[in-house]
Design a protein around this ligand. Sequence first.
Ligand code: ADP
Ligand code: MG
Length: 676
Amino acid sequence: MAERKSKKSIARRLPIHDFQDDIVADVRRSKALVVVGYTGSGKTTQLPQFLYEAVCSKHGMIGVTQPRRVAALSVAARVAQEMKCTLGREVGYQVRFDDCTSQDTQIKYMTDGCLLREFLDDRELSRYSVIILDEAHERSLDTDILFGLMKEKFLREEEDSVRRHQLKVVVMSATLDSGKFSKFFNSCPVFEIPGKLFPVKDVYCNMIKPEDVKNPSYCSQAVRVVMDIHTDQPQGDILVFLTGQAEIEKTCDILYKKSEELDYREDVRDPDVTSLLILPVYGSMPTEQQQRIFSPADSGVRKCIVATNIAGTSLTIDGIRYVVDSGFVKQLSYNPRTGLDTLQVVPISKSEAIQRAGRAGRTAPGRCYRLYNREFYDQCMPEDMLPEIQRTSLTSVVLSLKSMGIHNVLRFHYLDPPEERMLLEALKQLFYFDAIDRSGRVTPLGRLLVQYPLPPGLARAVISSGSHGCQDLLLPIAAMLSVENVFIRPAEGKKQVEAQQCHQRLAHLAGGSNDFTTLLTVFQKSKESDSPARWCRENYIHWRGVKMALSIHQQLQGILDKQTQSADFPRQKLAGSQSELLRRALCDGFFNHIARRSATGRSFRTMDGHASTVFIHPSSVLFGEEAQLDWVIFHEVVWTSKVYMRTVCPVRYSWVQDLLPKLHQLDLSSLSGCQL
Ligand code: ADP
Ligand code: MG
């Protein structure tokens, strides 16, 4: 057994430390345990170490799931540091496209999606002794599915009591309504880590009103409130909740400027905090930046962290006394009106608002500045968020379940079942992709699709590119679509114009008529460059995004190469230029995202039976060129003032005419009548 190293020198004493023995005893005693405790009580970083020290990992690893990638990376790094080991040895992490574990790994932090993929290979999870489902209150789609899979595993173990491998599950949650989790696992014990929050005073700033719900603007308001806190309020760090990377960067830009201006004006400052340290925090944040958000600021410096919801409960940042809450969150939701998953900024729930405010009261009394007014809180915020499983498309999850041999997806063990309509929709999509047959069974093609850590549509396009022989063009695009937006768009001024010109030049270089090939050009140009990082900087491209895409590309290439070596791989030689073959491969993956221009104007209509009106996003190279277009496919839609297609490519009717009837004629009863 590896030498158990003491961590006490680094970790402060946290509330959970008083209960180490009790928690370990509870885990030993029962198959399932729910642990509830305030954010910051030490659940995520300490509990796995308790189990490790108690040699609970004797029969396998301790696996800890996180709904967010950044959380998995950052917590693993922290725990490795506390245990004084190299990250990737005893403590490791695995997230999509990035595996930092080894033979020695005993504590493995990973995204819930990664564990879900492990179930595909081994439904017994025989490499693990304990699975910790963390942040269960977030109710992410993959965590919810893991609940069901764990339950299935327990039922199998009961049937077969001689089975040696007995897995344990610990569910961790930051909110107290844990009854549902316990009930799900046969009313298992619940351990509450006692703790208290200091009082937080709510200040309603009255800047956002119920009528602003559809089109809110809160960045400049947030800046104003931050600067007021900084000049008027005593010591203590500030945490601002916004919704996405672009607006966080924009807000930080304005804050840098304002705080610089302030540095020259000694007269306006009341408290003895001299300067403001502004730190952005979002999902795709580079690792180097992560550590800075946790380090305490120098004396006299006030930290201001501008974050997405990730700072709600996933990452605990100490020293926060002031929270500035925009009241909004960016959410992926299935929109029944358009039949598409739409990324949309929506009001948070009341319970989320309370969680956010709580971040100000962890170590001392604090204040929460709510940019909205009381009416907005009462009228526009739901009590709780719908769990993700009830609001996003289930295509990917249904394919995973079916590939594991769980055919009856309607009767799976759900914590909260999705609507039947959504399950049927998922089956329909899978049928379009030829991933399942009419009787609902996974096809050979479906088995190829599920091997890619990609959404089924994109995986379908990858396979088609292999069939048509245009993978050299498509794989880089698939990789670029798997990272966050790589185009840097400065908020204002000379740089904004410069960036626009750069991006236009790149689009032009790519042929100027297709956003997918613009991505390809960015990929190729940076790869060819002697200094890719510099090339990206000069062209207003996020280098870390491209760097990630380069690595993803290699992984996708690896999977496809293996598949094409097999005799079963579907091959279809088509005539046409490479760029035409590329667009046809894209059609195979996104033909349910096809739209036709309306007879008049700049609008398009989707062709999947919903016939919703959509527009080309202003960031597209085709924006303004609508009159030249007829049929297009798109990667995704965003819904701001209108429903916009983002990343668009013109296609020919002749390429999709055979596919389109499928979208309309599919008789759902033929799918629902079969074994679901
Ligand atoms: P919980 O899961 O109960 O919310 P955590 O285990 O995440 O609590 O956090 C416990 C403590 O560890 C907090 O004070 C937090 O600030 C600290 N911590 C967590 N991650 C890091 C990190 N990467 N660097 C420094 N401190 C960290
Ligand atoms: Mg936690």
